[in-house]
Design a binder for this molecule. Structure first.
Ligand code: FAD
Length: 381
């Protein structure tokens, strides 16, 4: 890809390594993970052994200490596995559940949970959403009450990725209901703690990783499992969401580009009324429009990546990218199903799967409307 973000020999070598891993190890198991409804833990270990699970993290904790361009390459290549659920489960682990721990966690907590996560020996999940509060994060009710040197946690979380696979959760709790935005904390909860239970949910797409509802009944964890300061959980989670959204956008746009290519190939081969579908001008116009939009969104994502590498606050652009990717995921995947005709409606077709898998980006990690509301506030309204 000709782009100044990725033009070093190191990037090329890294892309080759990931591509080989995806083609040789991941893609052949893509349908197996769909059938299992979750990622086999051995995949995390393989990725850990290749050094792919802590690209941005400090080498002190087993990370590679690389800038965000490598994370971009990783998820662009992961999109080639043709399994959006696996991409989601892995990205939750690398960029949605672990950033706060890396940024704000104590050394002891990092040694116990981040090091094995980067090594692929432990899998993580991030648990924010609840049955009665998703978009309104400050409306969560899962409560942590201090008892001596422990937190005692009661409540429930909903739609949690890696729910049954995870060894530990980055859990957002309310520790002081009277303290407003200063009353939340992020706490690490090992999933083998007594009182924790998980029920799996049945999704329409993203079958390759599991999603579940979590229950906490008098779950007791040490106060020392608090990530960063008690009472700073809301702010830390808002920062963690920036990584979540950017990585989700990288994966979706890479997936849309591949979908565009696959659909073009299909239209070149599919003959209608005596000529390939791709020879009809209306089809060509659709492809031209779709690629224009995909390229524009990709450039916006690269602008976010550049800001992140420069250490700037990329929140505004990431929010815009999330809105744009949500829209494109819906319109482009819909158009690609249409171009495939009846085959596009089959579960085995790339377009059919993308149609349901990609629908999630407009909802997960902040629905489109939440993002627009957030952006309008940033713009001073
Ligand atoms: C497959 C999947 C995986 C997920 N993984 C995780 C995970 O790992 N961890 C986690 O914590 N959560 C996860 N989620 C939850 C996801 O982040 C929430 O579903 C999302 O934030 C929306 O919350 P909600 O479902 O409660 O919808 P609600 O908050 O009830 O919102 C419903 C709808 O209201 C609209 N809306 C939202 N805000 C506004 C507004 N300001 N103005 C007007 N309309 C608005 C939107 O259209 C939205 O879709 C996952 C969800 C799914 C489906």
């Amino acid at each position: 890809m000709p782009n100044d973000l990725f033009n070093t020999p190191e990037h090329e070598m890294f892309r080759d390594t990931v591509r080989r891993f995806v083609e040789e190890e991941l893609a052949p198991r893509a349908r197996e993970f769909d059938e299992m409804g979750r990622i086999d833990k051995s995949l995390f270990k393989q990725m850990g052994d290749l050094g792919l699970l802590g690209l941005r993290y400090d080498p002190k904790w087993g990370g590679a200490g690389l800038d965000y361009s490598y994370t971009t390459v990783l998820f662009e290549e992961m999109a080639r596995a043709d399994n959006a659920g696996v991409l989601m489960g892995v990205s939750v682990h690398t960029d949605m559940a672990t950033p706060s721990l890396h940024e704000f966690g104590s050394d002891a907590l990092k040694a116990e949970y981040l090091v094995p996560a980067i090594a692929g020996e432990m899998v993580s999940a991030v648990a924010v959403t609840e049955p009665d509060a998703g978009s309104d994060v400050a409306g969560i009710k899962t409560r942590a009450v201090r008892d001596g040197d422990d937190w005692v946690i009661n409540g429930s979380k909903m739609y949690i990725t890696n729910a049954a696979t995870a060894d530990w959760l980055c859990l957002l709790v309310v520790n002081d209901p009277d303290a407003g935005y200063g009353g939340f904390s992020q706490v690490i909860v090992p999933t083998d703690t007594p009182g924790f239970r998980c029920d799996l949910l049945d999704k329409i797409g993203n079958w390759g990783s599991d999603t579940g509802q979590l229950f906490f009944e008098d779950v007791r964890v040490p106060l020392a499992n608090t990530i960063g300061e008690v009472g700073r959980g809301f702010q830390q989670q808002m920062m963690q969401f920036q990584d979540e959204r950017l990585v989700a956008c990288i994966g979706v746009i890479a997936g849309l580009r591949l979908l565009w290519e696959e659909t073009k190939k299909y239209c070149e081969e599919r003959v209608l009324f005596g000529k390939p579908l791709s020879k009809m001008q209306v089809t060509q116009f659709k492809f031209a429009e779709m690629l224009t939009q995909i390229t524009a969104a990709q450039e916006l994502i690269y602008a976010c990546v550049r800001e992140r590498i420069a250490g700037e606050d990329a929140t505004q652009k990431i929010t815009m990218a999330k809105i744009l990717c949500g829209r494109l995921a819906r319109t482009v995947s819909d158009e690609c199903v249409q171009l495939h005709g009846g085959y596009g409606y089959m579960k085995e077709s790339v377009a059919g799967r993308a149609f349901v898998d990609m629908r999630l980006i407009s909802i997960g990690g902040g629905a489109d409307e939440t993002m627009i509301h957030y952006l309008a506030k940033m713009l001073g309204f």
